[in-house]
Design a protein around this ligand. Sequence first.
Ligand code: TNX
Length: 490
Amino acid sequence: MLKIIPCPASISPEVGIFRLTPNTTIQVQPENEEVCLIGQMLSEQLRPATGYPFLVMESDKANGNGCIALMISGEDPALGEEGYELRVRSERITLAASHPAGLFHGIQTLRQLLPASIEMKTAQPGPWQIEAVTIRDRPRFGWRGAMLDVARHFFKPTEVKRFIDQLALYKFNIFHLHLTDDQGWRIAIKSWPKLTEIGAKFSVERHPGGFYTQDEYRDIVEYARQRYITIVPEVDMPGHTNAALASYAELNPSGRPAEIYTATGVGFSTFAIHNETTYKFIHDVIDEIVALTPGPYFHIGGDEAHSTPDADYTYFVKRVQDMVWEQGKIPVGWEEVAKAELLPNTIVQFWWNRVWAHKGAEQGRKFIMSPASHTYMDMKYNASTILGQDWINKYVEVQDAYQWDPSTVLEGVPEANILGVEAPLWSETTATTADLDYMIFPRLPGYAEVGWSRLKSRNWSEYKQRLAAHGPRLDALGINFYRSPQIAWE
Ligand code: TNX
């Protein structure tokens, strides 16, 4: 059994073995800069553990012996935007896709066909061989996301990139950055500088805060883009706004600045809804972030605005979604936004409350599925997990994270209206990379499979065995993961 996660659409074993050697080259199509870059990334990926150079060479005929050939083939509707075909034969490996994203995802499969020690940063003994096989693969859903809350605890660009690398390994294509909340404002806005001078000082419990300069944010976006991951920036409003309210008096209903807040309660903050300054502010913020974000989405939050009266809330959501749309992005909001009349393109992200989610379903909107009971990576695994939350009255063990289906989460939402899956990590209790690793792994590979693999090929008892083989891989990557007793780790 091949231990690939997420499980590919089709695997056909063939006869033979391909060996990586010091002479193995990577052949890329000439004059295709993107394929060339992917070839370079593959070379860098394979070099440390093997100690081999993996020269990247341009060649228009992918028939050399002892090479890994990467090529963009013609449109193949069976592979779609993100699919690939990987052929391993004793003479060579050929990876083909209609689009570069498919090549990138195919490389992640190739990594997993090699021994776990391929992930080590220093030279390992090998041998580096792969049994011949043909894999044809494509995702079930186009939105395979994870979210990181950098507001409750700030994470530095290097830490964020580490998370992006982890997402890339499992073929995620969306990274939602929760940039603002009551406890912190994490992105520099040039026209409103106090947001970061005041609003970025702390994290939860007065732990150190921080923020991304616009250059740092741009660099994160580019790092993700090179890994075929789209950043979805979120500015949560009109609640979850205390950091902004502490920075600027004029955004408060009272007109007085809020106190800095570093505890973890929710639902107490709100922008002044009937003050034009609020909308001038939001317009400027959206404007600056949109200018740094090439992806098509902008997330307006909208959750837990318990201090905003309902009529004000729906007025606010309608105005802000219009602003996002006029500024050229597709609005996304947590399920509460469906209390308002939504634009045809506004996307609803389900997390908890079916009443509001159903309003979105009635409006016929598209959905992202993030049911807290399965996808919240800040939930404890069991009663003895030290980090994390348990407000949902349920622990989220590895099986809970894996065994659910996006199409049966919400009645009345046809599969065609389900964009996909997203797993959020709220960071009230996680302050370090080791904390993040522990809460993310090993749940994350499960979400990857929920989002990528066909339902008929998903099966917990078989998945468990594949996941067990990823233990040594996560170890090789230096990932501090939860050794769930549900898994017979290799
Ligand atoms: C609910 S999920 C929240 C967050 C918290 C999270 C903790 C959502 C849209 N809002 O503000 O961090 O629970 O699990």
